[in-house]
Design a protein around this ligand. Structure first.
Ligand code: SF4
Ligand code: SF4
Length: 72
């Protein structure tokens, strides 16, 4: 299964929980501060997201939306 994520960087507080839990190492921290003063998480478009949804489940800010191929 393939998927993709969309991160609302304005909501992200840079806690890195999603980064630690992603089995595909698909998320990294941006080098650009968001309006809240955090380095937000960003999806690595060169890597494969499996749509597992763990990142969205772990995010305390509910900043991540997960889309799976079978839903598109
Ligand atoms: S849905 Fe799964 S594979 Fe995709 S970015 Fe989130 S944790 Fe990683
Ligand atoms: S878990 Fe949520 S708040 Fe934390 S870095 Fe990831 S997207 Fe940002």
């Amino acid at each position: 299964m393939k998927g993709k994520i969309v991160i609302d960087t304005s909501m992200c507080k840079g806690c890195q929980l999603c980064i630690g839990f992603c089995p595909k190492k698909n998320i990294f921290l941006s080098s650009q501060l968001n309006a809240k003063g955090y380095f937000p998480a960003q999806a690595d478009t060169k890597k494969v997201c499996n749509g597992c949804g763990i990142c969205a489940l772990m995010c305390p800010e509910a900043a991540i939306e997960v889309y799976r191929d079978d839903e598109n």
